[in-house]
Design a protein around this ligand. Structure first.
Ligand code: NAP
Length: 261
């Protein structure tokens, strides 16, 4: 049985680890990364890097590599890849599961301002603060370039290219982050507003707690809608169980005594 995991998240990596630990004979796992990060954390199993060439390209890859099950474990904001996965799985008739961590929900004391997009987040910012902690990733910085009056602390895994806001300090780092670290960051840079995607998960959640404690507003960019009709689980363990069930239904290897028949 050949499983393709569309990855780029800690959940995708964890799922690959769980499947490797299963050590099920005949189970082949391929991890797919987009290639955005210069030095990604590598999952166990085979790894391929780069786009497939749209949903048709992915469908062809599924057929050409005899994939039996597809797991879309991409980031909740990788909306295009998720749509392509749904289309390709339907046309190649490959079972598809989405592994998507739940979004965050505000608690008492939070001052959240929802935005439908990065552009909407940029529109909100001048009314909320002057010193911005921008954690939405380097790919979407263009949405903030017109905000010359604001100062930005941009945290990203790799250095952002241009365009970026004119008054930007870059902090290269990747999660998980600690609450103490986030408190210190907000204090040291005199941050008065935070911008985040609703990525969910524990690794990057401490900034929300630190902002709440400091009484800071947080602009939270809503997730893009996922494809409809795709079963969703929220943990790598559930996805591993789905693979186990699919593997139990799949035809097993031909016993040695029957191979000569
Ligand atoms: P996207 O906008 O949904 O996808 C754009 C294109 O990138 C896709 O059409 C596909 O190219 C390629 N692609 C995306 N994920 C891929 C994968 N796992 N394997 C092979 N090709 C992939 O994606 P994105 O938001 O740029 O995210 C890219 C990667 O970064 C994903 O793996 C995602 O899990 C990870 N990531 C994203 C975010 C975020 O905020 N968006 C945050 C953390 C991690 P083709 O059409 O040529 O197949």
């Amino acid at each position: 049985m050949h499983v393709l995991i569309l990855g780029g998240t800690s959940e995708a990596r964890r799922l690959a680890e769980l499947l490797a630990a299963d050590a099920r004979p005949g189970l082949r796992v391929t991890n797919s990364l987009a290639g955005r990060v210069a030095a990604p954390r590598m999952p166990p199993g085979e790894v391929r890097v780069g786009g497939f060439g749209g949903s048709d390209g992915l469908a062809a890859w599924l057929g050409g590599h005899e994939v039996d099950a597809l797991i879309d474990a991409t980031h909740p904001f990788a909306g295009t890849m998720s749509l392509h996965a749904a289309k390709a799985a339907a046309s190649a008739r490959v079972p598809l599961l989405a592994l998507r961590r739940p979004g965050w929900t505000p608690v008492a004391g939070d001052s959240w301002h929802e935005a439908g997009s990065l552009a909407e987040a940029a529109e909100l910012l001048p009314s909320l603060g002057r010193r911005v902690f921008l954690t939405t990733g380097r790919m979407g910085l263009a949405a903030f370039t017109a905000l010359d009056d604001l100062w930005f602390l941009v945290r990203s895994v790799d250095a952002p290219g241009v365009p970026a806001p004119s008054r930007t300090e870059v902090l290269l780092d990747r999660g998980p982050f600690t609450l103490d670290g986030e408190r210190e960051l907000l204090r040291r840079h005199r941050i008065d507003v935070v911008v985040t995607k609703d990525s969910g998960g524990a690794a990057t959640a401490p900034k929300l707690t630190a902002a709440r404690e400091a009484g800071l507003p947080v602009v939270v960019v809503r997730r893009p809608p996922g494809p409809t009709g795709v079963p969703v689980v929220t943990t790598p363990e559930e996805a591993r169980d789905w693979v186990r069930e699919a593997a139990a239904l799949a035809p097993g290897p031909v016993p040695a005594e029957r191979q000569s028949e």
